[in-house]
Design a protein around this ligand. Structure first.
Ligand code: SF4
Length: 314
């Protein structure tokens, strides 16, 4: 499997089958907290990066064996999924073959485009990111492509909300001394009131951030955010459950597939890959590191494992 991974435990989607329609780290943002490292390339070009039929074939094959183990089929992964020009086709094709709900995890940048909004209408849940309430803070956190402005993002999200009858869950990534002050949170609350999401999920960068100085907000910041961001806002804590990563022939294969999209520590991998013993997972990590198939990243006082080609400055 090249484009489908998991199911893996998701903080918000239970057992999530990830569908990755974009090559590693192709995005129109370059977030300071991105768990995939720096964006290479930073692009706003929408096109068919991977043949849509190849992606659908992997989804069909996985569903044939594991549909009972999946709570959501999630378009997410190594970059911004709405940059794939076949995303709407893929969502509709998935909806035609299964009743499992479809989620799209997106930065929301392209929702100012009517065609992208139309494509996402078929999804059951759309999960955009809004972590800043001003253009200045937006640029600082997301370091966007020059064509991805703040007002355009918010206008696009408001337009989508007006058209979309599914669940709109906004993610707020809370970063210490960046967007966790009272002023920043009040600005953000004003923007969220315009967008009117069904839920606001306050999350922390608990995987290796692209920039080494990024730190998760502390408990005071979290509680401040929950208090100020309105009644639909709540804190989403990191997952603690594991799932059987049954679609992989070996721990080596599973580790490469998973950490390419979700860098993890040894402890997280052992919890997730409960089809293998702790020693088997540790041995596989050592083999993969020696072969140059994955790379370690030190962040937040923890050693994580990420894609060999990911870019994390020291
Ligand atoms: S966190 Fe998401 S939106 Fe931000 S740079 Fe990474 S892939 Fe792109």
């Amino acid at each position: 499997m090249q484009y489908v991974y998991g199911p893996i435990p998701s903080r918000r989607l239970g057992r999530s089958l990830g569908v990755d329609p974009i090559p590693l780290k192709t995005c129109n943002w370059n977030c300071i907290y991105c768990q995939l490292g720096r964006s290479t390339p930073l692009t706003n070009e929408r096109r068919e990066y991977i043949p849509r039929e190849a992606i659908l074939a992997e989804i069909q094959e996985t569903l044939a064996h594991h549909s009972s183990e999946i709570d959501y089929i999630s378009f997410v992964g190594s970059g911004e999924p709405t940059l794939h020009s076949g995303l709407g086709w893929l969502i509709r094709a998935v909806k035609a073959i299964t009743t499992i709900p479809v989620a799209v995890i997106t930065n929301g940048v392209l929702l100012h485009r009517a065609d992208v909004r139309q494509e996402l209408l078929a999804a059951d849940v759309v999960m955009p990111t809004v972590s800043a309430g001003t253009a200045e803070l937006y640029r600082r956190i997301h370091r966007p492509h020059p064509d991805a402005g703040f007002e355009q993002l918010i206008d696009g999200l408001c337009a989508f909300r007006a058209e979309y009858t599914g669940q709109l869950w906004v993610e707020v990534m809370l970063i210490r001394n960046v967007n966790d002050s009272e002023i920043a949170l009040r600005d953000l609350e004003r923007v969220l009131r315009r967008i009117q999401p069904d839920q606001v999920h306050i999350v922390l960068p608990d995987r290796p951030p692209a920039e080494p100085w990024v730190q998760p907000a502390d408990s005071e910041g979290l509680l401040r955010a929950e208090a100020l961001l309105g009644p639909v806002a709540h804190i989403v804590h990191p997952f603690s459950n594991g799932v059987h990563a049954s679609d992989y022939a070996s721990p080596d294969e599973a580790i490469v597939s998973i950490v390419t999209r979700h860098p993890m520590s040894l402890a997280q991998l052992i919890t997730t890959l409960n089809a293998w013993t702790d020693d088997e997972v540790s041995d596989a990590l050592a083999r993969l590191e020696q072969a140059g198939a994955i790379r370690p990243v030190e962040r937040l006082g923890v050693r994580f494992w990420a894609a060999a080609t990911s870019v994390f400055p020291t």
